[in-house]
Design a protein around this ligand. Structure first.
Ligand code: ITT
Length: 200
């Protein structure tokens, strides 16, 4: 079976990507970047989600000689002009400290009332082949930010983002419910036909 690298070390993303790509019926051996611990982390020097997703996918495809998909994603808050955006994973200063990132964002928005708490999750999903071929697609999930966190599923900012049309936060949805509407689900479902065409 052909192997496809999931070029991320974020455990929450790896779980979601396995489910999304398995549901799409991809007949590939999906392997996370943690299976290649010697490959150094990629510097996310891009200024858009798409640029950073491509950087991560190319780095893993080059280093492994195998096709790789990567995700760059984040939370974009209307009243903050789209921040944290590409800085979502390191908003509090420590990369990957989900709790500190969420606490800081809630504190910053403390005085902002619900009608002005619009936000969306964004995801760029990239495919890179070892020969340099690349594709990238994007997905979004619109919602509003709660004043207090709720729910224990998911990761990152899930406990405060309530999708439009929902009464629950992303962290109160089941994994399948979140994947069906999420930015990541939309982006990777759009990437699946491209993976089928270019990888098999
Ligand atoms: P990799 O670069 O290894 O993929 P990362 O966590 O550094 O992992 P990003 O740079 O794409 O990934 O940052 C994504 C951050 O955006 C993530 O840490 C969360 O804080 C937030 N985020 C993205 N998708 C999310 C989701 O579905 N639910 C909640 N928060 C999310």
């Amino acid at each position: 079976m052909k192997r496809l690298i999931l070029a991320t070390r974020n455990a929450g993303k790896i779980t979601e990507l396995h489910a999304i790509l398995a549901d799409a019926g991809l007949d590939l051996d999906l392997v996370g970047a943690d299976a290649y611990p010697d490959i150094p982390d990629v510097k996310e020097t891009g200024v858009t989600f798409a640029e950073n997703a491509l950087l991560k996918a190319h780095a893993l495809a080059r280093a492994t000689g195998l096709p790789a998909v990567a995700d760059d994603s984040g939370l974009c808050v209307d009243v903050l002009g789209g921040a944290p955006g590409i800085f979502s994973a390191r908003w509090s200063g420590t990369h990957g400290d989900d709790q500190a990132n969420l606490d800081l964002l809630l504190a910053q928005l403390g005085d902002i009332d619900t009608p002005h708490r619009g936000a969306y999750f964004a995801c760029a999903a990239a495919l890179a082949l070892p020969d340099g071929t690349e594709r990238v697609v994007e997905g979004r999930l619109n919602g509003i930010l709660r004043h207090t966190p709720s729910g224990t599923n998911g990761f990152g900012y899930d406990p405060i983002l309530q999708p439009d049309g929902e009464t629950r936060t992303c962290a109160e949805l089941t994994p399948a419910e979140k994947n069906a509407i999420s930015h990541r689900g939309k982006a990777f479902r759009a990437l699946v036909p491209v993976v089928r065409e270019l990888v098999g």
